[in-house]
Design a binder for this molecule. Structure first.
Ligand code: TPP
Ligand code: MG
Length: 585
């Protein structure tokens, strides 16, 4: 906490900059490149969390940041350790996670000579970072490190701190820069005035609450605005924690496997307030046969990144601002004003209630998939239907739980069964969509919030990519619960073989070991569940084990049935021209 210039080593300047930014944990795998800094972490109150794979480290930093709202930090050996970060950085970029990843690189005196563990480390990350700080002189260590922390928060995304490994050593004069946290503010007055006028005149206003509400801590303002307008609130895709699910005006998530109530209600909107959402193209695709996006409605979009405004959907007003501050500014303008939506409030509330009830009843009755393939494969199975399992998990989920979800068919269907009261509770693999995301991410979230119950939903295929971090759970006593959906297949992709490729299966059937047995071999708990009645008790027992720092793999045995495909939007029936491929249609 020193603001005046002082003699120190560059490693000390780096570690002091981490400390002044409140860093308590750094995820990574030990390496000679950064040992000089690592050596003094304990004296700065920083715990190094050793992981099994650097991809795990960056995902953990992502989960840590998403759960806490603070920076997630990770570090790796130059070359291979750093390239192992790539997928996780891309995932953090699309999850808008303020992650600072530190990449020591080959020594400055041997760059370009093809020595050991050398690769150019800036181009690789250039398109998946908000800022890349390269320490071009050891004297600038604190300045550039500080900027990485500032920019990660300012722009809500990963920043890279690249340090030639010889620059950790030496003697410099340095000032540790205090964190620079710039507020985005509510946005431009005229735009807010126009938005308020539109909302005041709206007959059927609908709020779409996005990740920006969560990041801004704007849930209270979103609730107040919804209550004032009597507006239903949809969650944007995979942000089911952007509005309290038990609220009378909460109607659930849009997008893939989202809530029909949300879709049917937003379809009636004349004005949509897109609060803290970039309106990503995947998040508003037709679903359940409903092309619900209200094309005639006027859209007010609020985002802290001005480049997102009007990017995907045409908008009537764009507000470059913080979701919380902008919602507060709108509230101020609307309170005490005559609202057109007040006249038909009772009618709207009745519709909300009716649509929500209808969706709940439908979910209750939707015990299994009804397409021909699903009926065929589930007929003689002794295992659970995925939807029934997801309903049972939902019912057993402890209060205040954090849940991460992976990419896969069952994880996607889970979107209909995940409800949260508090923000920073749902950590889905976002637009980057990489299998293997959920487990390390929940480990990071648990490190940030050790007192909150923590669950990862993972398909058996994705589990094969990520289970190595069970080592980290056992070694570091990270008490999380992983629900592994064992359907013996890369189901989401198999669904495409069923729908588009006449069931010509390639590489989609999985032969699994006992995943519960594997967990036990790692020193974790492993439980196999194949009866619905056992799901709740098993989940609750696993939740109890968390408080003792024990991780549990709940291997849940499910049928091979498959829900709606992920990329109906992007696939077409095959067309072949050459004789030898003619049968492949
Ligand atoms: C890293 C990565 N590799 C491949 C894919 C393509 N992919 C998307 S979903 C999926 C299948 C997931 O299977 P599983 O985890 O078993 O879940 P299920 O669909 O069976 O529920 C695959 C391979 C991906 N998204 N990410
Ligand atoms: Mg599977």
């Amino acid at each position: 906490m020193n603001q005046s210039s002082q003699k120190m080593g560059p490693s000390e300047a780096l570690v002091e900059t981490l400390a002044i930014n409140g860093v308590k944990h750094v995820f990574g795998i030990v390496g000679s490149a950064f040992m000089d800094a690592l050596d003094i972490f304990p004296a700065a109150g920083i715990e190094f969390v050793p992981v099994a794979h650097e991809q795990g480290a960056i995902h953990m930093a992502d989960g840590y940041a998403r759960a806490s709202g603070r920076h997630g930090v990770c570090i790796a050996q130059n070359g291979p350790g750093v390239t192992n970060f790539v997928t996780g950085v891309a995932a953090a970029f699309w999850a808008h996670s303020p992650v600072v990843f530190i990449t020591p690189e080959t020594g400055s005196m041997s760059v370009g000579l093809g020595g050991f563990q050398e690769t150019e480390q800036l181009p690789i990350f250039s398109k998946i970072t908000k800022y890349q700080g390269h320490v071009n002189n050891p004297k600038r260590m604190a300045e550039i490190a500080g900027r990485c922390f500032d920019r990660a928060m300012l722009e809500m995304g990963p920043t890279q701190l690249n340090i030639p490994r010889d620059f950790f050593y030496g003697e410099i004069e340095a000032t540790i820069p205090p964190p620079l946290r710039i507020a985005h503010g509510p946005g431009c007055t005229e735009a807010l005035d126009k938005a308020a006028a539109m909302l005041a005149a709206a007959q059927f206003p609908v709020i779409l609450a996005g990740g920006g509400v969560i990041m801004a801590g704007g849930t209270g303002e979103a609730v107040a605005l919804a209550e004032l307008l009597g507006a239903p609130v949809c969650n944007s895709y995979l942000h089911n924690d952007s509005f309290p699910a038990s609220h009378a005006l909460a109607v659930g998530p849009l997008g893939y496997q989202g809530s029909k109530a949300a879709m049917k209600l937003i379809a009636q909107a004349d004005v949509v307030l897109a609060l803290g959402t970039r309106l990503g193209p995947f998040g508003t695709l037709p679903q359940h046969g409903l092309d619900y996006w209200p094309k005639q409605a006027e859209i007010i979009q609020i985002d802290s990144d001005p480049r997102m405004l009007g990017l995907v959907k045409p908008i009537a007003v764009g507000i470059h601002g913080d979701a919380r501050a902008a919602a507060a500014a709108l509230l101020e303008r609307l309170r005490g004003r005559k609202l057109a939506a007040a006249a038909n409030r009772a009618l709207r509330e009745a519709r909300i209630l009716a649509e929500k009830r209808a969706w709940e009843t439908e979910l209750d009755g939707w015990t299994h998939e009804r397409d021909a393939y699903s009926i065929e494969v589930a007929r003689n199975s002794k295992f659970m239907h995925p939807r029934q399992l997801l309903r049972a998990l939902e019912a057993a989920m402890p209060a205040n739980a954090m849940v991460s979800t992976d990419i896969g068919n069952i994880c996607s269907i889970a979107n209909s069964y995940l409800r949260f009261e508090a923000p920073r509770s749902m950590f889905a693999a976002m637009s980057f969509g990489n299998c293997g995301y959920a487990f390390p991410v929940i480990c990071g979230a648990k490190m940030a919030n050790p007192d909150r119950p923590a669950f990862a939903y993972v398909g058996d295929g994705a589990w094969g990519i990520s289970f190595n971090e069970l080592l980290t759970c056992a070694r570091q006593k990270i008490g999380v619960t992983v629900v592994v959906f064992n359907n013996g297949q890369w189901g989401a992709e198999k669904k495409n073989h069923v729908d588009f490729y006449s069931r010509r299966y390639q590489g989609v059937n999985l032969e699994n070991p006992s995943w519960a047995g594997v967990a036990r071999a790692f020193g974790c708990e492993g439980v196999t569940v194949d009866r619905l009645a056992d799901v709740g008790p098993a989940l609750q027992a696993a939740a109890r084990a968390q408080s003792e720092g024990r991780a549990t793999v709940l291997e849940v045995m499910v049928t091979k049935e498959l829900g709606d495909p992920f990329r109906r939007d992007a696939l077409s029936k095959p067309v072949r021209f050459l004789e030898k491929y003619k049968a492949f249609v």
